[in-house]
Every structure is written in C-alpha cells, then in structure tokens.
Design a protein around this ligand. Structure first.
Ligand code: NAD
Length: 256
C-alpha cells in the first residue's frame, strides 16, 4: 500500500483498454484516492461506471485543446478535494489519416493540433497542478520510442513525443524547487483506442515482441505499476527522466 493516504488525478481514461486504466488499477491496489478528467460529455458517460469502481463519482470535464479548460478543471478539483499528490497525464491525439504513409505529408493543421494536445497540454497541466501541490508531488506523462528512432507510420506523433520528452526535463527543473517531480514513461506498444489509429500497429506489436529480450509485449499492469512507483515516495530521487517500460526493446538494435 505505497500510495495509502495519497490522492491524485488521472487524465486520459477512455475505456478499459486505456493505459490510464492500468495506471488507475495499480494506484487503486496501492491505496491511492483517485480523481479523473475526461475530454467530452460522451467519454464522461462512457467512463463514469469505471471511475465509480475506483471510488470517483464525479468525473471532471477537461478538453485540453480548449483554452482555459485545464485551469477550470484544476480549480474545480481544488474546490472538491483540496491539494493533491500526483497527476498522471495519458493524453495524445493526431488525425489518424496522418499516422500512415510518409511523415513529409503531415499538414500544418495536424502538426499544430498534435503538438497542442500531445505536448503543450502537459506543460499547462504541470503549471496548474503545481498550484495544487503546496507540499510537493509527482507528475508522470506517457511517451513512446518513436521519439528516438524512426517507427513506420508514427510520423507527427514522434515529433510531439520528442518535444514532450524535452518538456519533461524543463518542467522537472522548473518545479523541482517546489518538491514536485516530473517524469515520463516510454511505454512499449499496447493495443488501445489511440494506438489503433497508427498504421500497421499489429506489425509494430509483433516486431517488438520478437525484439524484446523478454520475448513479450508490455501489459497495462507493467505500465501501471511503473507509473505508481514514479508517483510514489519510493521514487523520491527521480525526476526529469524518460523511463522505458517496454520489456527492453529499446536496448536492441534493429539489425541482429
Ligand atoms: P487511449 O485512446 O485509451 O487514450 C488516449 C486519451 O487521450 C483518450 O482518453 C482521449 O480522450 C484523450 N484525449 C485525446 N484528445 C484529448 C483532448 N483534446 N482533451 C482531453 N483528452 C484528450 O490510448 P492510450 O494508448 O492509452 O494513450 C495514452 C497515452 O499513452 C498517450 O499519450 C499515448 O501516446 C501514450 N502511449 C501509448 C502507447 C500505446 O502503444 N498504446 C505507447 C506509448 C505511449
């Protein structure tokens, strides 16, 4: 029960296949109190039963692409529960038509939208979350290996993840003096709603499974438990890191 007595927010739960669901399960197992934000009324209806299973009967609306919504959501949470100890940001978006074929065909509109939702939102979340963490805290976001090496079809999302990883280091530096740690988990591929938008995703899954020293893909539990660790006091000396939770695939070269 390493999270007993702590409470915090999970952003990005869409359904039981979401990485956010694995994070919620793990945090719940370790005794954390959980709050959730969701993008739209449609998603709120879809996840309200799941959130209730984790003890949250009042999911907060927050479309991170809409100016002011992040601030309003954090103000609402402060009013509802007071200060919090952690935030898990598990949000990304690109037009799926641009997650296939060549990166050079990315449109300006989708480039900006993907960057806005998948990268900038994390900066804004950290800024507002910090106000709810007067005694310190821990914030984690989700990234992917496509930021480091070319992964076919990952395209614009790879650039958003590279920028997100750099923002993790700058945010860790900004928020460190307030006792707030900021990290990212670079998760191996896992079949979710967002992932199903990436062209030939099942090939990526299979390629990774074969390449992994452990000869398997990651699970929601692998990622959830690593996230709980980073959000807990057990990780008190870790900040500004990109932690690979991918069954070791990132250590293997592409030719072997
Ligand atoms: P998912 O589809 O279950 O979750 C994505 C979430 O992003 C959804 O809940 C969606 O509502 C939310 N979102 C999108 N636009 C939003 C907006 N404007 N405002 C608020 N929320 C918005 O998919 P997932 O795979 O669990 O994705 C979670 C995170 O994990 C993403 O950052 C993704 O890039 C990352 N990730 C996924 C994989 C994978 O293989 N699935 C691997 C590494 C990293």
């Amino acid at each position: 029960m390493i999270m007993q007595g702590k409470k915090g927010l999970i952003m990005g739960l869409a359904n039981k296949f979401s990485i956010a669901y694995g994070i919620a399960e793990s945090l719940n197992r370790q005794g954390a109190g959980l709050l959730f934000t969701t993008q739209t009324e449609y998603f709120r209806n879809k996840i309200s039963d799941i959130a209730a299973d984790f003890g949250c009967t009042d999911v907060t609306l927050c479309d991170v692409a809409i100016d002011g919504q992040i601030e309003v959501a954090f103000d609402e949470i402060l009013t509802k529960v007071g200060p919090i100890d952690f935030v898990a940001h598990s949000i990304a978006f690109s037009d799926k038509n641009e997650l296939t074929g060549k990166y050079c065909n990315t449109s300006r509109a989708n480039f900006l939208n993907a960057m806005n939702i998948s990268c900038y939102s994390f900066t804004e979340v950290c800024r507002h979350a910090a106000k709810l963490m007067p005694n310190g805290g821990s914030i984690v976001t989700l990234t992917y290996y496509g930021s480091e090496k070319v992964v076919p079809n990952y395209n614009v999302m790879a650039l958003a993840k590279s920028a997100l990883e750099t923002s993790v280091r700058y945010l860790a530096n900004d928020l460190g003096p307030g006792g707030i740690r900021v990290n990212a988990i670079s998760a191996g591929p896992i079949k979710t709603l967002a992932a199903s938008g990436v062209g030939e995703f099942s090939k990526i899954l299979e390629y990774d499974r074969q390449r992994s020293p452990m000869k398997r893909n990651v699970t929601q539990k692998d990622i959830g438990d690593a996230c709980t660790f980073l959000l807990s006091d057990l990780a008190s000396g870790i900040t500004g890191e990109i932690v690979h939770v991918d069954c070791g695939t990132n250590i293997i070269g592409t030719h072997f």
